[in-house]
Design a protein around this ligand. Structure first.
Ligand SMILES: *Cc1c(COP(=O)(O)O)cnc(C)c1O
Length: 381
């Protein structure tokens, strides 16, 4: 089976991990800060806080934004459940903004409408989690212009988008229009640390808060401990109810090594996307917008004339590991039990019914991609 996504490891990645295993600190050593510095250098963000998954990154980002019970958090239905769950972890009420049918990213017209109604009901969200679906950046400048008058904090869920640029050429993660950007290093994402994530920010206070939330709420910062503890080198203090969300040095070493390959990974993904784009032009499918600035996490098509279930199962039988992104979050039983109903976000639901993700990852060979194209063409003919 040709998988839909897969990590690519080089010998230098493996060496980086074995070196850490042989040389000392498995956690809380120098690999994590080195990885954080490298993420800052790559993205242009001032601060990076590594954590043990993208999901824990989303959680501490919501906590650092001050999300608590009684607050409202919005995201899009066309994402992985973690984009919404992070608000629920903090006790917030979660709601969704429908997607744009062309970009499949947050629809700014829906956002404007929904804010209008929310203002009338006094339920303006504290935070909006903006997802860069498939690695193609949302128009953050526009979203920031819409949300700023309401004092909303923007968190970018860039789990798909490390290595992407926005339409103006700003690197995703630089944070020009958001408070924080969350990355994931799960094996199917742009680069991997096995499991892992990071939160980027340009705000030193948010960075300190994120760091504490990822490590029990504890700090050893002398400025926070006060004069009474100056001569007590053992002393530390817990200020918030934090978690152990730290990334280990073993994982950080892998992430740091992988970061060197990021640009070539993204370039390869874009090349493969261009091949699909050309090859699928005459098939009864809607192709994704060929965004040259995307990180190309996914290549997804919409079937316009065929039954998705049938096509999906036939391709799997033919050895093509297609997938579907995403089951709209509000349709999961957990969110249904909170009161959401089918039909509430029609663009996301319509897209979901017809969506099919084709294999796309840096190590996908030209032959295997041709096999995917041939099998898909046959199934659709
Ligand atoms: C992968 C992913 C996450 C979660 O990242 P993990 O590192 O797997 O916890 C969050 N949001 C989106 C959109 C993702 O694709």
């Amino acid at each position: 089976m040709i998988p839909y996504g897969k990590h690519t490891l080089f010998p230098d990645d493996i060496d980086a991990v074995t070196q850490v295993l042989e040389q000392g600190f498995l956690t809380q050593g120098q690999q994590v800060p080195a990885f954080e510095r490298a993420l800052c250098e790559y993205t242009g963000a001032a601060f990076a806080v590594a954590c043990n998954s993208g999901t824990s990154g989303l959680h501490i980002a919501c906590l650092a934004a001050g999300v608590t019970s009684g607050d409202v958090v919005w995201t899009v239905p066309n994402s992985f459940a973690a984009s919404a769950n992070c608000g629920r972890y903090c006790g917030a009420e979660v709601d969704f903004v429908d997607i744009d049918p062309v970009t499949r990213n947050l629809c700014t017209a829906s956002l404007v409408d929904k804010l209008h109604f929310a203002a009338a009901e006094n339920k303006i969200p504290k935070v909006i989690i903006v997802v860069h679906f498939a690695g193609s950046s949302c128009d953050m400048a526009e979203i920031a212009a819409i949300t700023e008058p309401f004092g909303i904090t923007l968190i970018e869920d860039a789990a798909h988008a490390l290595g992407a640029k926005d339409a103006q050429g700003h690197i995703v993660g630089a944070g020009r229009f958001s408070a924080m950007t969350v990355l994931s290093f799960h094996p199917v994402k742009s680069i991997t640390s096995a499991e892992g994530g990071a939160v980027l920010t340009n705000d030193d206070e948010l960075a300190a808060l994120l760091r504490r939330y990822a490590s029990h709420g504890i700090t050893r910062d002398p400025n926070m401990l006060g004069d009474a503890h100056q001569d007590e080198p053992w002393f530390y203090a817990q200020f918030e109810l934090g978690f152990n969300y730290r990334l280990s040095d073993v994982h950080a070493a892998l992430g740091l090594s992988q970061l060197k390959h990021l640009d070539s990974f993204v370039a390869r993904r874009y090349t493969l996307a261009q091949v699909y784009h050309k090859a699928l032009a005459d098939l009864p499918v809607i192709r994704p917008v060929l965004d040259p600035n995307s990180a190309w996490h996914l290549y997804m098509i919409e079937l316009t004339k065929h039954d998705r279930k049938q096509v999906f199962n036939e391709l799997r039988e033919r050895g093509v590991g297609v997938n579907v992104h995403y089951i709209p979050i509000h349709l999961h039983p957990y969110y249904q039990q909170l009161g959401f109903r089918p039909g509430q976000f029609p663009n996301a639901e319509h897209y979901y019914r017809r969506a099919l993700t084709l294999p796309l990852f840096p190590a996908l060979s030209a032959d295997n991609q041709m096999e995917v194209i041939t099998q898909l063409s046959e199934v659709l003919s």
